[in-house]
Design a protein around this ligand. Structure first.
Ligand code: MN
Length: 185
């Protein structure tokens, strides 16, 4: 029986500060981290990843403009997307309880840009008074020496760079992304 497949997406988000939102599907929602410098395929570069609120699963398809004047307003592209496999854990179990809460997430990505083995590890110190993690590429055949966010800036959906996006590509409406799971917290 083939195992359940899980999705990951990385959305580049030009808000007040440029960042890349790294999201892993767990238990029907997208557990999310904001990565200020974006992922690195160099195993020596540990990238700060600040855990942010879970997003509804349907947000995986959002590319466009978030209107307004708050910190999240700005342009978004689907920078990478694909399946992922968690290591040493059944994808059908409660991943929040059995995996995420342990603070060390090892997984394999099957994206267009990001591939191979990765780890997200929660830091002991709360670097910014927040939920701080490090996103690290494991040393395998998909590791490299280049700067992947500079080498591959285009959306895997539209081919546009984040600054080429406009409202015709999509306009964020919170009504489309309300929580779909009651009592999910
Ligand atoms: Mn964001």
């Amino acid at each position: 029986m083939p195992g359940k497949t899980l999705l990951f997406v990385v959305q580049q988000h030009h808000a007040t500060h440029m960042h890349w939102d790294f999201r892993l599907e767990m238990d029907g929602v997208l557990v999310s981290w904001a990565v200020p410098k974006g992922p690195s395929i160099r195993p020596s570069e540990k990238r700060l990843a600040i855990r942010v609120e879970d997003h509804v699963y349907g947000y995986k398809d959002f590319e466009g403009v978030i209107p307004g004047n708050d910190y999240g307003s700005g342009k978004v592209i689907i920078w990478d997307r694909g399946e992922y496999k968690p290591k040493d854990v059944d994808p059908e179990c409660n991943l929040h309880d059995k995996w995420l809460s342990g603070g060390v997430l090892e997984f394999t990505l099957y994206g267009s840009k990001l591939k191979g083995d990765w780890v997200l590890v929660k830091t002991k110190k709360r670097l910014y008074g927040e939920d701080s993690w490090l996103l690290i590429k494991k040393n395998d055949s998909y590791a490299g020496s280049g700067n992947i966010v500079e080498m591959c800036p285009n959306s895997v959906l539209s081919g546009k760079t984040v600054d080429q996006i406009n409202e015709e590509d999509g306009l964020f409406d919170p009504k489309n992304y309300e929580k779909s799971i009651p009592d999910s917290g």
